[in-house]
Design a protein around this ligand. Structure first.
Ligand SMILES: [Zn+2]
Ligand SMILES: [Zn+2]
Ligand SMILES: [Zn+2]
Length: 235
């Protein structure tokens, strides 16, 4: 996201918010404006506790009750939206008019990733229309493991260490450009799945790849990093 447009966007949001709360005759307007500023300064999906912490770190002397009441008002006025993922605490995120995104939530480390995909949006409208359903809103939350957590769960090892019968995913190919080209010529590229047929600890390895069997030298097998494939996903 471009810094400049973010700034201008926030600038407008602030003026807009001030006008609305002033028209309501709300008390403690300057504190609310400062809290909005704190909230807009983070792109995180933030919990109430985290927001209170952040506000206090910026020198705002606020109680959790005030912050909660203030956030609920921001939600009502269309500046924030509440999200609750699974059994996690309620989180707040920005609500930018006309913009929509969906979420990927890592159940291991709690990371929340945002994505926007026009194809998914289009398909959802299509499904709703098929049922004669007028869609007002939707949530698309995908739960699972983020790439870092998946990598931690499946440590890399040299292909030369894989045991016969193991199915592995090629992750990295060493040996420079020439090494990669040689393996690519055999069809071995990162992401490819191979089954170790023979690996006696010395000499060549015999690998099953698709419908063919490949012989790979030990040197190349030492430079090829793999991780065990998840067989429950079919490879
Ligand atoms: Zn969506
Ligand atoms: Zn994670
Ligand atoms: Zn989000």
């Amino acid at each position: 996201m471009k810094k400049q447009t973010m700034f201008n966007g926030n600038h407008l949001e602030k003026a807009n918010f001030r006008a609305l709360i002033e028209s309501e005759g709300t008390a403690r307007i300057e504190e609310r404006m400062k809290l909005l500023d704190v909230f807009l300064s983070t792109e995180a999906h933030i919990t109430l506790d985290e927001l209170v912490g952040l506000a206090r770190a910026r020198g705002l002397r606020v109680t959790p009750e005030f912050v909660k009441q203030c956030m609920n008002r921001m939600v009502d006025l269309g500046f924030a939206q509440k999200k609750q993922f699974h059994d996690q605490p309620v989180r707040y995120e920005h609500r930018h008019l006309g913009k929509h995104h969906d979420h990927l939530i890592c159940t291991k480390c709690g990371k929340i990733l945002e994505f926007a995909d026009e194809e998914i949006e289009r398909l959802q409208r299509k499904v709703a229309a098929r049922y004669g359903f007028y869609m007002l809103q939707h949530r698309m939350d995908i739960y699972g493991l983020c790439s870092e957590c998946t990598a931690k769960r499946r440590p890399l090892m040299p292909l030369a260490m894989a045991k016969p019968g193991e199915t592995v995913v090629v992750r990295e190919i060493g040996g420079g450009r020439a090494g990669r080209a040689r393996l690519a010529a055999m069809g071995l590229r990162p992401g490819e799945v191979v089954e170790v047929i023979t690996n006696s600890g010395r000499g060549r390895l015999i690998l099953g790849h698709g419908y063919s069997r490949l012989a790979l030298g030990r040197g190349a097998a030492n430079k090829t990093m793999v991780s065990l494939a998840d067989k429950s996903r079919g490879g």
